[in-house]
Design a protein around this ligand. Structure first.
Ligand SMILES: [Zn+2]
Length: 275
């Protein structure tokens, strides 16, 4: 039937038009929708009350600080906390997946409130592993750290890690600043759920490898949110919002509310970077 078909066609065209629009630049100014104003205020008040004593504003290793120190990129180390082997192709897929998920958060900032970057590339500069033979490549595209164990897991070099050098200087990192890492992607065999913070993100190795091509790797997205300062909502929920990535288990994607919570962080911190 013609009419029906036309409706379907219009819907399909709308989907094509709307899909890219969703990934385009964020609003230029601080202008949250009216229904999000109250919950956003509640979240920031809760942040200040929970992390008062100067820690909220005094802490200097948020994702914000890392990207600003670098001038617009983030360096990662992969902590391969696993007995599995990794091919070069898998290595590159792991990087690509991380970059796609990271970009989903960064896209919420593009063009917004003097945020200076259109793109924040993810570089993987190192891999940490228990046994070199697990990594089935011979090229030198990443630094490899073997059997440097901390927290019962392989880690990249301490002198190269931002977590250990929060002044942003890496005088004892063999590869210098270019090979320092800001965050770790920590992939652990048999690990359920996730963890995230200024040090990076930790998820199950099986979960990550099973979701290399998933559009929204939702546990990773949630944990990256923590790296940017966003909080958990285990014991309360802001008024009028019930589904967002930082409310664990309620959304598999970054929502408008998540985006505005991220922008609220920028609004409160940007003066420290001269914006
Ligand atoms: Zn969490």
């Amino acid at each position: 039937m013609r009419t029906r078909r036309l409706v379907t066609l219009v819907a399909a065209l709308l989907a094509i038009v709307l899909a890219p629009a969703a990934a385009q630049a964020a609003p230029a100014t601080w202008s949250p929708p009216s229904n999000l104003v109250t919950p956003l205020n509640q979240v920031w008040q809760h942040q200040e009350q929970t992390y008062n004593g100067g820690n909220l504003y005094g802490f200097r290793n948020y994702g914000w600080d890392q990207i600003m120190a670098n001038g617009g990129y983030v360096n990662y180390c992969v902590r391969w906390d696993s007995t599995a082997t990794v091919t070069a192709a898998q290595r590159d897929q792991i990087h690509a997946t991380l970059a796609r998920q990271h970009k989903k958060w960064m896209d919420e900032l593009v063009g917004h409130n003097a945020w200076p970057y259109g793109d924040v590339p993810v570089k993987v500069v190192g891999w940490a592993v228990r046994n070199r033979s697990q990594l089935q490549w011979t090229d030198t595209s990443v630094d490899i750290y073997v059997n440097d164990i901390r927290e019962n897991a392989p880690q990249c070099s301490v002198p190269c890690g931002r977590f250990f050098n929060q002044n942003g200087q890496y005088p004892n990192c063999p590869g210098g600043y270019a090979r320092h890492y800001d965050q770790s992607l920590w992939l652990t065999d048999g690990f359920g759920g996730g963890a995230g913070g200024d040090w990076g993100q930790r998820v199950g190795r099986e979960y990550y490898m099973a979701n290399l091509n998933t559009v929204n790797v939702h546990i990773l997205l949630h944990e990256i949110g923590h790296t940017w300062g966003l909080d958990d909502f285990y014991d309360w929920t802001p008024t009028g919002v019930s589904n967002f990535i930082m409310l664990a288990g309620s959304s598999t994607s970054i929502t408008a509310f998540d985006g505005w919570m991220l922008r609220d962080w920028w609004r409160h911190l940007k003066s420290r970077y001269g914006y």
